[in-house]
Design a protein around this ligand. Structure first.
Ligand code: GAP
Length: 442
């Protein structure tokens, strides 16, 4: 298996096994959009839940926000996205297809395609293209307002800074977290869910005192916290690294920026960004809204505009990297070695054979009892046991439980481990403890 065909294999597995489908597929699709199917939704839900627990519940002074996607258009003027949220774009003069001028590999690939047809390519000069997605809001034709689908989830947090301070009275430094959809008119969506036009972000904005030492302390701590989250969920540490942005590479709001990168089949690429946003957001929203967005520190009796240290990760990107990392195959099987916390199903229950009513009844009772716990459990009675193991390995189910004749006699079942393929016999009423024990560590 080469690295590039690993991505193709993941795309095919995701479609075949109900993880991710092309968006609006029956109508010929919509470029840059993807729909999550039954198993993909579970995986995504587990990933977001793990992020929320680790970044919000496990920390003091971190609160959640869930802001509207549609916001007053002035937000995007204040945030600088209308003026500066641009990518340099070039257009092929033969077929009018547009590419990001800074993505040399895409341009080269396109040139090679034309060269094979013996066509001599020419490009337009690069021009800046705003990637905010516009929408029209309102019911009266001619009086509709242009709004923007949020280009980053961040602004929904900053515009609520005053509301949170007034209602929760947090002590600085404190954090506001959000997970939600963002939209960008990406010029060249590609690499499956890596770069799409609709995607989800998970972000923590930490408000700190406006001095470089406090800000950099939180910045460096945040880099390590975020790296640790990926490692805790089992990603190969050799496939992750930090990379500092060069000054000309940083977003318009960033005073310092580091990415966490993953080694993808197409090379090292961005997974998440940690940004020092200074007072950019609160100052600008204060200025554009006319509201006082300062913070009064009761300990020092000082009033100031806090600075912001942000960590911003892509849910879909992280999910893709977890899939790429977990995908293993040998001559006998394909297995997704997902961390048990992420796996869509924690276990699958089988009757040894499907045509013995007493075995099926016992297996269904165990299945129903397990479903009433916090675990998501699958049922499978198709084909033989070997085929069922194969099928569950391919979707990353960590445990398979078989109910056989001995179960009817002594209440024990066999439980098979996805990674080692070893089987043990345990009492049916110990299954939950057994599974939880093996998912520990995070
Ligand atoms: N609030 C800061 C911000 O939005 P960003 O670097 O533009 O910063 C943060 O985006 C993260 O969002 C990226 O590291 C990536 O994981 C994810 N992301 C950005 N654009 C994306 C796209 N077109 N498709 C999928 N994920 C994307």
């Amino acid at each position: 298996m080469t690295e590039q065909n690993k991505l193709e294999k993941i795309v095919s597995l995701c479609k075949r096994r109900g993880f991710i489908f092309p968006g609006s597929e029956i109508y010929g699709g919509l470029k840059g959009t993807w729909d999550y199917g039954p198993l993909g939704s579970e995986l995504k839900f587990n990933l977001k839940q793990s992020w929320w627990k680790y970044m919000v519940h496990d920390r003091e002074n971190v609160f959640g926000v869930n802001a509207a996607i549609m916001m007053n258009p002035k937000v995007w003027e204040a945030s600088g996205h209308i003026a500066s949220f641009t990518d340099p774009l070039v257009e092929c003069k033969i077929c009018n297809e547009r590419f990001r001028a800074d993505k040399q590999e895409d341009i080269k690939e396109h040139e090679e395609m034309h060269a094979k047809k013996k066509q001599k390519i020419a490009w337009t000069e690069p021009k800046q293209f705003n990637i905010l997605v516009e929408a029209k809001l309102g019911v009266v034709e001619g009086e509709k307002t242009t709004v923007y689908l949020r280009g980053e989830i961040t602004q929904g947090v900053h515009v609520n800074f005053k509301n949170v301070v007034d209602s929760m009275h947090p002590k600085i430094p404190f954090g506001l977290a959000q997970i939600g959809k963002a939209f960008r008119n990406e010029i060249t969506p590609r690499n499956f869910v890596f770069r799409s036009r609709e995607f989800e972000q998970m972000e923590l904005q930490t408000y700190v005192k406006p001095d470089e030492a406090s800000a950099m302390e939180v910045f460096n701590e945040m880099k390590n916290i975020r790296m640790q989250w990926y490692l805790n969920l089992g990603i190969d540490k050799n496939k992750l690294r930090f990379r500092e942005h060069a000054p000309d590479e940083r977003a318009h709001y960033a005073r310092a920026a580091w990415d966490i990168e993953y080694e993808t089949p197409w090379g090292w690429d961005e997974c998440e960004g940690v940004h020092h946003r200074g007072d950019w957001d609160l100052s600008r929203h204060g200025e554009f809204s006319g509201q006082d967005l300062s913070y009064f520190d009761r300990e020092t009796n000082e009033r100031f505009i806090p600075w912001v240290i942000e960590t911003s990760g892509g849910v879909d990107r992280a999910l893709l990297f977890f899939l790429l990392d977990a995908y293993k195959e040998d001559e006998k099987r394909v297995v997704l070695k997902l961390h048990p916390k992420l796996a869509p199903y924690k276990a699958a229950v089988f009757p040894l054979v499907a045509n013995k009513p007493e075995l099926v009844a016992k297996a269904r009772q165990i299945f129903k009892d397990l479903k009433m716990t916090s675990l998501n459990i699958a049922w499978d009675d198709r084909g033989n046991i070997g085929k069922r193991y194969y099928s569950q390995d391919e979707i990353g189910t960590p445990h398979c439980i078989t109910v056989d004749y001995q179960t009817l006699e002594d209440g024990t079942v066999t439980i098979r481990d996805r990674d080692t393929m070893k089987q043990e016999r345990i009492e049916a009423d110990k299954i939950v403890n057994f599974i939880e024990d093996r998912s520990k560590g995070f």
